[in-house]
Design a protein around this ligand. Structure first.
Ligand code: ADP
Ligand code: MG
Length: 619
């Protein structure tokens, strides 16, 4: 074969694969365009996992009649003029690839109307343009993408089930609700409304995506350091998830997964969470556009920072100060949005005026440039105040004058300190001497100059929970048949909820089946949970059914099932034998930072010196 140029048709199909490979990426591109067009209301409708139809309707600026064909042309964009502009991108799109790519592999129609003009429609099929025709429509744009990949059967084969594609679209939509809390979104799949937000702020958007309950477990932060602003919601120290899907990071409004920031946050939580517990966060990192490169990959999922150490240092020090309860309202500076900022930046509500910001403090905060020169941070903030849980007032950050130390060395030192702290709290189970129990609830141990009170219920619950999760993750749940099956009678809604989740129950080792249409029969439970109180278990699961359904995320339900199951497995007020007590502490591996799955501490240390103070032996 001789060398020849690819025809536009072939080229577009190849290029399309890089930008759009799944329905969710089409949704992402179209919604980004709507946002770039200044829309305040965006509706997304999908059918058949987005394979059959994706429609995005916006009330943005619209496309003038004569530019409609251009929107479908590859590398045609209204957002970038020169290569210079690449360094100060403020819109989400800029490559001019998406519409052309989507059109090349589907049957697409755009109906659009500008404020001044009439509505016009243009259809394409596999990239072949039709005619621009008059149409009916309100101001804004409706893009309808039908039969995605109808002309690329090879790609069609790689699509997932409708349910899986829907789940991924929901993931993308959730992030849009969070990243653009000033826009009203409606997301409908197969005629059912999945998410709806009203453009009334981040807390409301978070509630729309994760359920209002989640807010209770979050700390709202808004901090600025060296010209870098970090704001949003952090899960509290005891709030964790079973995977990373509950972590959202937006850098200058763009949803990204970034190693530097991810590591900084994970390390800040390191002393509070255990293995396979992932923090929850929805965070916005706003940095000067010139220090971040968004042109890393066509799907724009990562960014590159000019200086990773500064970003790491900033994020780590802010997050750990908040978690350690050291953030104090002393210095808090958020500059008012500049007039030349784009849509997406100005949508961020300006933060309330600082309460305690003395004028002099302003000079203490370095500019990003100055920080870069010195690459120095003081992350040791004074101890004392507790982190504040969600309330409208943001936690404010104290920013110290920089210490003359390398930020990386500083971080390393902090991490070592933290590791040492955790290590120090671990004792050899054999050095613990059992001294009895209190109130049929607390076991007393002595070691060195400390006494340890262990809440046997909480500790046992935690151990069971970890065992169950481990087994379940390794897909090794073993069920133990019950002598007589347990029957629970429920109402229609409860029945539907339970039945829908039968597969999950079974994965965990429960044997469940419908008994008529208003009862569920349980004939086996996970081996670890033999003797559990099934009545209490179902009462607990069903009581939170509403929030579980609203969130609709299998993972949360799994967590909930495991937690409730363990709670129902440990009987309170029951006296443990010394041997059982010893086995308990051994099972915990001597970990005295142990918490129950609800985050309550399972172990409390009482120092000899504290007792001596009580008895006024020492002052
Ligand atoms: P990009 O977003 O990178 O510019 P696209 O291929 O996604 O490239 O879109 C091409 C152009 O079509 C955009 O630059 C914009 O001018 C126009 N466009 C696309 N979608 C919309 C929309 N919903 N509203 C207004 N204009 C749009
Ligand atoms: Mg675009």
């Amino acid at each position: 074969m001789r060398i020849h140029r690819l025809s536009a048709d072939v080229y577009n199909k190849i290029a399309a694969g890089e930008v759009v490979d799944r329905p969710y990426s089409v949704v992402k591109e179209l919604v980004e365009n709507a946002i770039d067009a200044g829309a305040t209301e965006i509706a997304v409708e999908t059918e058949g996992g987005g394979k059959k139809r994706i429609r995005v309707t916006d009330n943005g600026c619209g496309i003038p009649k004569e530019e409609l064909p251009l929107a479908f042309a590859p590398h045609a964009t209204s957002k970038l003029q020169t290569a210079e502009d690449l360094f100060s991108i403020r819109t989400l799109g800029f490559r001019g690839e998406a519409v052309a790519s989507v059109a090349a592999v589907s049957k697409t129609e755009i109906v659009s109307r500008t404020a001044e003009g009439e509505a016009y429609a243009l259809r394409t099929e596999g990239g072949a343009l039709g005619e621009v025709l008059p149409a009916a429509g309100a101001k804004g744009t409706v893009v309808t993408v039908d039969e995605l990949f109808f002309n690329v059967p090879a790609r069609l084969k790689f699509l997932k089930s409708d349910a899986q594609e829907d789940a991924d679209i929901a993931g993308v939509m959730g992030r849009f609700l969070l990243s653009h809390p000033a826009i009203s979104f409606t997301y409908t799949a197969n005629g059912k409304v999945k998410y709806r937000s009203f453009g009334d702020g981040l807390a409301a958007a978070l509630a729309a995506v994760y359920g209002a309950e989640t807010l209770k477990d979050c700390i709202e932060i808004d901090a600025e350091k060296h010209g870098i602003r970090l704001h949003g919601f952090l899960g509290s120290r005891n709030f964790y998830k079973a995977n990373r899907t509950y972590q959202s990071l937006f850098v200058n409004g763009r949803c990204v997964v970034n190693q530097t920031v991810g590591a900084a946050i994970t390390n800040a939580y390191a002393s509070y969470l255990m293995k396979r517990q992932y923090p929850f966060y929805v965070l916005f990192l706003d940095v000067p556009p010139e220090i971040v490169d968004v042109n890393v990959h066509p799907n724009k999922a990562d960014v590159r920072f000019a200086d990773n150490q500064i970003i790491y240092g900033c994020v780590y020090s802010i997050v750990s100060a908040v978690l350690d309860g050291n953030a104090r309202a002393l210095d808090y500076l958020v500059h008012p949005p500049k007039s030349d900022l784009s849509e997406e930046t100005t949508q961020v509500k300006p933060a309330p005026a600082p309460v305690f910001a003395p004028a002099a403090a302003k000079q203490e905060t370095m500019s990003y440039e100055a920080a870069k020169k010195e690459a120095a941070f003081d992350v040791t903030l004074p101890r004392g105040s507790e982190p504040r849980f969600y309330e409208p007032e943001p936690v404010r950050m104290e920013v110290h004058a920089p210490a003359a130390e390398d930020v990386f060395a500083e971080n390393q030192r902090l991490l070592r300190e933290q590791a040492a702290r955790v290590q120090a709290q671990r004792v050899e189970p054999d050095t613990l001497v059992y001294k009895g129990e209190l109130f049929r609830t607390y076991l007393i141990y002595e070691a060195g100059t400390s006494a340890y009170l262990i809440d046997q219920h909480a500790a046992h619950e935690r151990i069971l929970y970890d065992k169950l999760r481990a087994k379940w993750e390794a897909r090794e749940a073993v069920s133990q048949p019950m002598l007589s099956p347990f029957l629970i009678t429920v109402n229609g809604q409860e029945f539907a909820f339970l039945e829908k989740n039968f597969p999950l129950f079974r994965e965990l080792g429960f044997e469940v089946e419908a008994f008529g249409d208003d009862a569920v029969k349980v004939s086996a439970v996970p081996a670890e949970l033999v003797g559990m109180d099934l009545k209490a278990f179902f009462a607990d699961v069903l009581s939170s059914m509403e929030s579980l359904r609203a969130i609709r995320l299998a993972d949360i339900l799994k967590d909930k099932l495991a937690t409730s199951a363990c709670k129902a497995a440990v009987k309170g007020g029951e006296l443990l034998s010394e041997q059982e007590a010893r086995a308990l502490i051994r099972a915990a591996g001597g970990d005295l930072t142990l918490k129950c799955p609800h985050g309550r501490p399972a172990v409390v240390e009482v120092k000899k010196s504290e007792l001596e103070k009580l008895f006024k032996r020492i002052v």
